[in-house]
Design a protein around this ligand. Structure first.
Ligand code: AMP
Length: 208
């Protein structure tokens, strides 16, 4: 079963993954996370994309597809949750060539709420966990113990750029997937456990 988590930056896609991963056996592919890993390891690709990401711009689709391809190339029957991908119609078309999609979960959150969440969020550079200043007051990752940091692209300028690009390029995908009867909408303003429950319900209903 292949699922896409779709939603504005800050809508809690990473948190959903944390809360459903013990209930579902899947490969989690977050393109943002893969790119941050490249940057952290100082790879050639990481150096190439670092400034683009810090400006809040989109990385070239060819690079994104290479990263995804590496992850599911040898997997005959992929069982994947995609996060942060596809970001636009061109990427949606590329994904269709790669695997069949079963469900698109749209985490619906108002822009104002998303801004607040992003400004409060903390990220683990070691294991990729996303949490918030309220939850991890000591700035220590509850999953692996590393020191939490703010993402370097969580600046006001980059956030605005990402929102602009979300509404112009990503948001139209909602209609695109609605027309294919693949979309289920979840209220992402609810507490994380309730969001995860709704997501699990959507997955179970699809499977029945
Ligand atoms: P995210 O972790 O999804 O918020 O992504 C962080 C940043 O990585 C984005 O602002 C983009 O610069 C880049 N990025 C992540 N996913 C994609 C994608 N599918 N296509 C292009 N750029 C991406």
């Amino acid at each position: 079963m292949n699922i896409v988590l779709l939603g504005i930056q800050g809508s809690g896609k990473g948190t959903v993954k944390e809360n459903i991963s013990n209930k579902l056996n899947f490969e989690y592919i977050s393109t943002g996370l893969l790119l941050r890993e490249e940057i952290a390891s100082n790879s050639k690709l990481g150096l190439q994309v670092k400034d683009i990401i810090n400006r809040g711009e989109l990385v070239d689709t060819r690079i994104i597809m290479e990263l995804i391809f590496k992850r599911i190339r040898n997997n005959q029957k992929p069982n994947v949750v995609f996060d942060g991908f596809p970001r636009n119609l061109a990427q949606a078309k590329e994904l269709e060539k790669l695997c069949e999609l079963d469900l698109i979960i749209f985490l619906n959150l108002k822009k104002e709420d998303a801004i607040n969440r992003i400004l409060n969020r903390l990220n683990c550079p070691k294991c990729g966990l996303t949490t918030s200043v309220e939850t991890a007051k000591n700035y220590i990752c509850p999953a692996c113990g590393a020191k939490l940091v703010k993402r370097s692209d969580d600046t006001v300028e980059a956030i605005n750029k990402r929102f602009e690009q979300y509404f112009s390029e990503t948001y139209p995908l909602i209609d695109y997937y609605k027309k294919q009867n693949l979309l289920v909408e979840v209220d992402a303003s609810l507490p994380p456990n309730e969001v995860a429950e709704q997501v699990m319900r959507a997955i179970n209903e699809h499977n029945n």
